[in-house]
Design a protein around this ligand. Structure first.
Ligand SMILES: [Zn+2]
Ligand SMILES: [Zn+2]
Length: 220
């Protein structure tokens, strides 16, 4: 398959990832990515500082053939703080705003999915676990994509997310949530993870190509 990969959920060592932004970008480029977003974990302690990696992003984008986007992942905050933090992320220059959804593998507080899909500054509800149909409907209305996760633990909800998204008509994206070099996934690997979640070939291609492109076009 000659498609280029887009991964809009990745962590650098500015939160709990292992790599610098430039190291992630270089590895992603070699694996055939055309665009990535660096979405480090944020709450009120560090939201003002996400733009500190912008200089590295500008350096990468002007020298290599890959589009790196500044992002943020709002993580484990009270649901009522999601909307103000998403606004602050935009003010700090974030192009891609992810919310750390109610994954089956962590005690994310109930109400996080609902607050995330209700906020139009959010682009992607990451690993939404057992998201309800009502939440999925609000996500669709607000043009917020749901994530099929390549990450161990978070991926336990993928089958349910795929099923709900098909029922409601949600846009899906397939992201790695990479924290380490071995977490990155090339197009074929991500394609198989889409099929493994129960998506059809067409649904998988939409989740890998059209839907992330739509998010980038909307925000950049
Ligand atoms: Zn993390
Ligand atoms: Zn997350």
């Amino acid at each position: 398959m000659n498609n280029k990969r887009i991964d809009l959920h990745m962590h650098s060592l500015f939160s709990d990832g292992e790599l610098l932004p430039s190291e992630i970008a270089r590895r992603a480029y070699v694996l055939g990515h055309e665009a990535i977003a660096i979405t480090d974990h944020v709450d009120y302690s560090n939201i003002e500082y996400i733009s500190e990696i912008q200089a590295a992003i500008d350096d990468i984008n002007s020298n290599w053939d890959i589009n790196v986007l500044l992002g943020a992942e709002i993580t484990h905050v009270p649901p009522s703080s999601i909307e103000p933090l998403a606004g602050k992320a935009r003010d700090s220059g974030a192009k891609i705003v992810v919310v750390h959804g109610e994954t089956l593998s962590e005690p994310v507080i109930e109400g996080t999915n609902l607050a995330a899909v209700s906020c139009k500054d959010v682009d992607i509800l990451g690993h939404p676990g057992l998201i309800s149909k009502e939440e999925a409907e609000i996500a669709k209305e607000n043009d917020i994509a749901l994530e099929i996760s390549c990450r161990a633990g978070h991926c336990l909800g993928n089958g349910h997310v795929a099923q709900i998204a098909r029922e409601v008509g949600n846009a899906l994206v397939i992201d790695t949530d990479s924290h380490a070099p071995e977490d990155l996934a090339d197009f074929n690997t991500a394609y198989k993870i889409g099929l493994g979640a129960g998506l059809s070939k067409e649904e998988t291609l939409r989740a890998l190509v059209d839907n992330p492109k739509h998010i980038i076009e909307k925000r950049v």
